[in-house]
Design a protein around this ligand. Sequence first.
Ligand SMILES: [Zn+2]
Length: 166
Amino acid sequence: MVESCFSCFQPLYASEKCRHRQRYLDTNEYVISQGIRVYSVDYEWWAWRAGRSQKYGHDRVIEISSVAYLLYGWDVMTSVLIHEFGHCDLFNEGIAEGSSSEESLTIEKMANQRGAEITPPHLLPEQYHQHRQFFLRSYQENDWTEEKCRAEWAVLNAKVMRPTQI
Ligand SMILES: [Zn+2]
């Protein structure tokens, strides 16, 4: 799932961008162009959570970790951004937090779907749905801890092929 692409684990604005890191930048620009505010969160302790979104009055805000790429790589971060973009679109229909874990899971799935529908296809990572499946498990398996999340991520990465792509 995480490609062994050196550039995917470099800071966002480091030189020699791979297509994944460039696609993150393009997606970020697109989301902002749709009237959504995107803030980066620099806390190491929050990195594993990667992203979240909220609505304050008429403002829709995405908070995305600036350091989670060290764990997930930029291609997964693009999928996180698109998922949060999906949530922001659902906010406008009055769909925010679920009142039960079942309802929350349904909303998470809706955000995955909506994000993919409203993002230009060339910005959607090829493995978007696999990336989202991983994060969906944190809801299905009842609130992962950071330790659990990192362990499951390591397991998943040991199992999958790592194509080299620059
Ligand atoms: Zn890359």
